[in-house]
Write a protein that binds this ligand. Structure first.
Ligand code: ADP
Ligand code: MG
Length: 677
């Protein structure tokens, strides 16, 4: 057995179990080893019953002494009770509707029972305890796995245990690094993360694996960068003659920042090494036109150009914008999304396959297997933060040495971007087009929300339009949050009863969404109540108010994005944040939003007060494909890893060169950054 063997080599994995595991994305031994617990229960063992707290899960070693007769409740549930001894204290364990539970116990045997114990007179009671009699549960730290498709923790634990009995994982970090940071060995780290002995070692295991991820990630980026920089296989585009005419035809003058970034991109295009550039620019800074100019140039050089965006709404919008700006230059522009008709798709794919000169703007549909670019010269991904790296690289792989431009409005703190995107050259559009009015941002406590709506009403009567955003689609009593549907009903009956309002959310079909957006754009609908599907790209200059319900539920970066939907025309615009600001952190976060319109400032502040594990970092991590590392929380590890990676890459020591090669080989085989030799 080696780590790339299929799971079916394991004893006990028959076709049925294999299928279940496959459904959870587990195919190989490696996949199982990397199926890390998502959390742990820290459980106190044998403790004095005086110290038992009712809401605390603990583990007690109990001896089974009697099985009571099952009892049926009035609601026709069956309660099975088994009596145990814990020392000389009686413990009654009850299970609901688990008829077979009795078969798991033998009178006279000892078991580890995990649960929350309650004192009832001089006995203890516990409901639905977990039986921890197998080896893995001897520990006091119990891994919690996220499980799907009727996989159980028991099965996983058993299999992983079996693997670890038969395998020793080779070390693959340089000895120097292990010593420098006093890291656990890879083997011990993997064992510990599944079967932790104590908190301290668990902490070190997690640290080691986070370092591993971030180090490997950094190495990968640096290798890509080095490779691209040294490659002469890129396309050396000419600057086409029509470019000047295009600039003159634009309905506005480019800002200085836009011109500078266009220049930087064109210089990249002229080079024969492939471009890999990130354009960062706050919402509304005018990234689209910058991309279109570069796309136009690549097209005029005779190449296919693809622009990938995360939503259909945005794809359509960019498509129309491109048609408008490039009108008169005889450019073939196509839109390819999930809802493009099959006939249309075929027609477009055929053109793409034949290598015809074309600009295609689209969603994921662009990276489907059957889209085969023949002559792809330039790739743009917009709103990069919405895509997984995985998706991005899929498109890139469609054509290896193609120029790539990625654009993002997520203001990533400079310090972080330096390490996170070290493979990319970065351009920053740090200036908004002239004449924009600052969006006035105000914060309202929940009990003042009616004031917001009165204000919105006034604006509508003046002819403006309003966005209202809520974090949820459906009612959710548990969380007491206003859902889109609920809000819609409430407002339609109340303050907006005489005004056209509509809903927009992710559960609607693309066609329905499209209709809602179009009506809003045409000013037929005055108020749109939406989930965050509105976050990206929608451009309606007449909209002057953005109301965000439960603003405390959003990350600052996201609030800033949402706010960017207004203030796009000549009207003074407002962003009204409604939040339940009971705690200080929420208050501070709302304050940051009201005091600044600068995305970079906001992201730096966010970084400072973080600690609540809010969305910004989580999403970033998910994107980059890390299992454990959170690039924001673990920025210190990232910094070390990135600097160490640089040293390794730049060294000519044989050992280091071999290491880099190994890492690259393994990364190609597996999609994670934790790889084994
Ligand atoms: P983002 O950077 O958020 O993607 P967009 O590209 O959507 O921004 O541009 C926002 C708006 O600003 C669009 O309506 C666009 O036409 C307009 N715009 C872009 N550049 C300029 C400019 N230099 N002068 C005036 N308006 C501009
Ligand atoms: Mg944009």
């Amino acid at each position: 057995m080696n780590i790339y063997s299929e799971i079916s080599v394991l004893k006990g994995v028959g076709p049925k179990l294999k299928e279940k595991l496959n459904k959870s994305g587990i195919f190989t031994i490696l996949d199982l080893l990397l199926y890390f617990p998502r959390d742990y229960d820290f459980i106190n063992g044998d403790i004095d019953i005086k110290d038992i707290k009712e809401d605390e899960k603990i583990i007690l070693r109990c001896k089974a002494i009697a099985v009571e007769k099952d009892v049926r409740t009035r609601t026709s549930k069956t309660i099975s009770t088994i009596v145990f001894n814990y020392g000389n204290v009686k413990v009654k364990a009850k299970w609901f509707n688990q008829f077979y539970i009795k078969n798991n116990f033998r009178i006279g045997m000892e078991y580890n029972l995990i649960g929350k114990y309650k004192r009832v007179r001089d006995t203890l009671e516990v409901v639905n305890p977990i039986i921890g009699c197998n080896e893995a549960y001897e520990n006091e730290i119990i891994p919690k796995y996220s499980l799907k498709n009727d996989l159980t923790a028991n099965i996983l634990v058993k299999l992983i245990h079996l693997i670890l009995q038969n395998i020793i994982i080779q070390e693959n970090l340089p000895e120097g690094l292990i010593r420098k940071y006093n890291l656990l060995s890879l083997d011990e780290a993997i064992r510990t993360i599944h079967f932790p002995k104590d908190k301290e070692t668990l902490k070190r295991a997690i640290e080691r694996l986070k370092f591993q991820e971030l180090f490997t990630y950094s190495i990968k980026l640096l290798i890509i960068k080095k490779h691209l920089k040294n490659s002469k296989n890129g396309i050396a585009f000419n600057i086409c003659e029509e470019l000047k005419a295009l600039k003159e035809c634009l309905p506005y003058n480019l800002t200085n920042a836009q011109s500078r970034v266009v220049r930087e991109i064109l210089i990249d295009q002229k080079r024969n090494s492939p471009m890999n550039r990130l354009v960062q620019g706050d919402v509304g800074s005018g990234k689209t036109v910058v991309a279109l100019i570069a796309m136009f140039n690549a097209y005029m050089n005779g190449y296919q150009v693809a622009m990938m965006v995360p939503t259909e709404i945005l794809a359509t919008q960019h498509y129309l914008e491109a048609r408008k700006l490039l009108d008169g230059f005889n450019v073939d522009i196509e839109l390819l999304t999930g809802s493009t008709s099959n006939k249309e798709k075929c027609r477009i794919k055929e053109k793409i396959k034949m290598g015809e000169k074309i600009i295609v703007i689209g969603t994921h549909a662009l990276i489907q297997e059957d889209v085969k670019f023949e002559n792809l010269g330039f790739i743009v991904t917009d709103e990069q933060h919405r895509f997984g790296v995985e998706q991005r690289s899929k498109l890139i792989n469609k054509s290896k040495e193609t120029d790539c431009l990625v654009m993002t409005a997520t203001p990533i703190p400079r310090t972080l971007a330096l390490y996170l995107y070290s493979d990319l050259d970065v351009s920053i559009i740090d200036e908004l087009p002239p004449g924009r009015k600052k969006v006035e941002t105000m914060f309202y406590d929940v009990n003042k929300r009616q004031n917001c709506y009165s204000l919105a009403r006034e604006e509508v009567l003046k002819g403006r339009q309003v966005y209202i955003v809520s974090p949820l689609i459906e009612e959710n009593n548990e969380m007491k949050l206003k859902s889109v549907e609920e809000l819609y009903e409430e407002l339609k009956r109340g303050v907006f009863s005489d005004i056209n309002i509509e809903m927009l959310h992710g559960k609607m079909s693309p066609k329905e969404k499209d209709e809602v957006i179009t009506k809003f754009k045409n000013d037929e609908t005055k108020v749109i109540i939406s989930t965050t599907v509105i976050e990206v790209g929608v451009n309606v200059p007449n909209a002057s108010i953005m109301i965000i319900e439960n603003a405390e539920r959003f990350g600052l970066a996201q609030l800033h994005q949402l706010r960017g939907r207004v203030g796009r025309g000549q009207y003074q615009s407002y962003c009204l944040l409604i939040a339940n600001a009971k705690n200080e952190v929420t208050k501070r976060r709302m304050e940051i939003m009201t005091e600044s319109n600068d995305g970079f400032y906001i992201s730096e502040q966010d970084l400072k007060i973080r600690g609540s594990g809010d969305m910004f970092g989580m999403r970033q991590s998910g994107d980059a494909g890390f299992i454990l590392a959170d690039v924001v929380e673990d920025m210190n590890i990232l910094r070390c890893a990135s600097e160490d990676a640089k040293k390794v890459i730049n060294s000519n020591e044989r050992e280091d060169v071999v290491l880099c090669n190994e890492i690259m080989k393994n990364i190609e085989r597996s999609s994670t950054y934790i790889c084994f030799n």
